[in-house]
Design a protein around this ligand. Sequence first.
Ligand code: CTP
Length: 467
Amino acid sequence: QRLQTSLQAYPTALESQELWALLSQIAKAAQQRGWHLYVVGGAVRDLLLAPENTVVPLKDIDLVVDSFRSSVVDGAGVVLAQQLQQQYPEAELQVHGEFQTAALIWRARAGHAPLMIDIATARTEFYPYPAANPEVEASSIRQDLYRRDFTINALAIRLTSPQPGLLLDFFGGALDLRRRQVRVLHANSFIEDPTRIFRAVRFAVRLGFTLDAQTERFIRYAIDSGIYADLQAQKERRRLPALQTRLKAELSYIFQADYWAQSLGLLDKLGALSCLHPDLSIDAALWRQMHRVGRWRQRFIDAVGRDMGVAPWLMRLEVLLAKLDARSQIATDLQLPLGSIQRLEHLGSTEATLLAQLQPKQLPSDIYQTLETYDIPTLLLASVRYPKRIGTYVWQYATRLIHIKSPIDGYHLKRLGYAPGPTYRQMLTVLTHAALDGHVVSVDSAEAYLKRHYPLEQLHPQSNPSD
Ligand code: CTP
């Protein structure tokens, strides 16, 4: 009932009534083939958590196909998704062969959120070795739910007969929702998939839940057993990238959220940052930097008047990693964007140069020339780490100096009689520096400045400005 109410009221890219009709249609198609269809995971959790009669925003709907006749065929989810796509050709179909899942995606449009319906085949995952990507085998819904991360994510609602609307709760997920706790399903969960440590923290903080005591012990045990060394061993075996992709996704969710500081604090307390590097922990100075980067990023954008092309979550992550000597290696392993990797790789020399060149009592044009060679994200990163010795100058640059231009341009130089050529660039630069230092404040003073420094009669003895 609640599922139907939410699906009928929430404006996704599909018309609301249509979305409910669509789910009913998939259920019917499954039923005809002798399959069961379930809504699982986050959607069920969020529906059960929400007060009655509220509309839960369901943008991601995870469905699982299981069989009640014989064993479900491999790829049943893909078969259903393909069938649906014929009726909804505007939806994009993505098939993930190795996981036997298919996704139908409706892009966002005005006033309507995007919608993703994921249809998987009930499966047992077994991890061939710790931290690997799971291998998949068709199996029953109970086992499919059992391989999941937490009890609160291992609930399912049946959409097919008999008993459509039946809640499957094999592991006490509904009780954990009432007790408001995140509880893991099995002891090895975090060793098999260390990204679940980050997920446990994210769910606990986002939902205002606590970590169940046993779950916390499993986390600490996984960390003490040497997760970082394990990850490095995976690297030797070239199996790290898939895991790092998931880790990067988790880090981006955590750092995007308003509650990032709370999550990071809990991760630090649990020692979980050692998944990134054994030496990583957060001291008071790093906390200040991490708070500062969010505030300063926005103010930099306002001051400079254009976006800097690096998302807030990524800047926060860069600040966190910047503390480590191995920062660019970790950024590479996490497959961060090339700009971030390079920024972190050159950070040491960038900061050394800036600290040496930015000195008190310098002319504005000197500060300008030192800073103009760096992009804004680089300056932001160095500034939050050295707010007084670098930040002060960068603020002056971003709020004032960057906006000061020569009062005259190339056309004006031509009108004054200077022959076009490479000297134009030089003259305009000199004029900009003079403007920065207050020697040139207007068109008249710029012309006078040029007369003194670039006398026309010496540059072009026979030229006549009125020609
Ligand atoms: N899952 C898991 N282990 C992971 C990632 C995901 O067991 N490392 C399972 C969980 O059961 C989860 C489901 O896959 O419910 C879907 O994952 P995801 O979409 O990331 O999470 P949601 O629970 O849907 O949460 P959110 O509301 O953040 O989307």
